[in-house]
Design a protein around this ligand. Structure first.
Ligand code: ADE
Length: 260
């Protein structure tokens, strides 16, 4: 899978995406991440990428021309050099902005099915609306708070999406992790069996695989009820809860109709 990231601050990407799992995914050729400096596409003497807003008001707006030139150049370069499926598909051009659709595991899963994403990092008060109207296919926010720019958000998307690309992680850990089945994950323990007088739950060292699976499922349900009851309602509506799940939840005082 290919990520092209367009930013005014390319150095910000040096650390986070060149370590650990994402680094290995790139080395294995499963993921390609290229960071492009939007300023390289500004044509005036001062390489201007922002300007004052029409109509007045605080802050600056990212200019249309350098941004459009950068997006067109990235698309043209890839389309010319990659004679594979990536080149023949239109990329999704995603703007990171606090007024975008909220990012979630479901959005990550959807985007991980794409072969190619272009991520555009917004800055200042935002980008000229005409870029959004013509070149941006989707606007995404990573949460209801305002960052100084879209760079950290682009890193969050790249990390969350790249780890879902087949081969990057083992398939089992993706199936069992928080959010992927609509519930939070069960708790984990590793050696030693007793630490600071705290025991590992005996069921986990019992060797009864069926009982372990049942305990883990119940832990997921209990934790989700305690921490994210909104997720339980959604999981129920999506048909992700089994009759056993619903019976267990009933013992905890939760039912589909009376969402406590
Ligand atoms: N840019 C500034 N704040 C942001 C947010 N919350 N999500 C995505 N991009 C942003």
């Amino acid at each position: 899978m290919r990520f092209d990231i367009l930013t005014l601050f390319p150095a910000m990407f040096d650390g986070p995406l060149t370590e650990s799992i994402i680094k290995r995914a790139c080395q294995a050729g499963l993921v390609t991440i290229d960071v492009h400096n939007i300023r390289d596409y500004a044509t005036d003497r001062h390489r201007t990428t922002d300007d004052a807003p029409y109509g007045g008001g605080a802050g600056m707006v990212m200019k249309a021309e350098p941004l459009a030139a950068a997006i067109h150049a990235v698309i043209a370069a890839r389309t010319a050099t990659l004679p594979d499926a990536t080149a023949t598909q239109e990329p999704h051009v995603i703007l990171l902005t606090p007024d975008g659709e909220l990012f979630s595991q479901a959005v990550a899963q959807e985007l991980a099915r794409q072969p190619w994403l272009i991520l555009v990092c917004g800055h200042y008060e935002g980008v000229d609306e005409r870029i959004r109207e013509t070149l941006i296919t989707r606007a995404v926010s990573i949460g209801d708070y305002v960052l100084t720019g879209g760079e950290l958000a682009a890193m969050v998307l790249t990390d969350a999406i790249a780890r879902l690309v087949p081969g990057v992680l083992d398939a089992e850990s993706i199936v069992e992790e928080s959010h992927s089945d609509g519930l939070l994950e069960y708790p984990h323990y590793t050696r030693p069996a007793v630490w600071e007088q705290l025991n590992v739950p005996p069921i986990l060292v019992s060797g009864h695989h069926g009982e372990v699976a049942r305990w883990r499922r119940q832990q997921q349900l209990q934790r989700t009820l305690q921490r994210r009851p909104d997720m339980l309602a959604t999981a129920a509506a999506r048909g992700l809860l089994t009759p056993d799940d619903l019976a267990f939840l009933k013992t905890l005082g939760w039912s589909i109709d009376a969402k406590i």
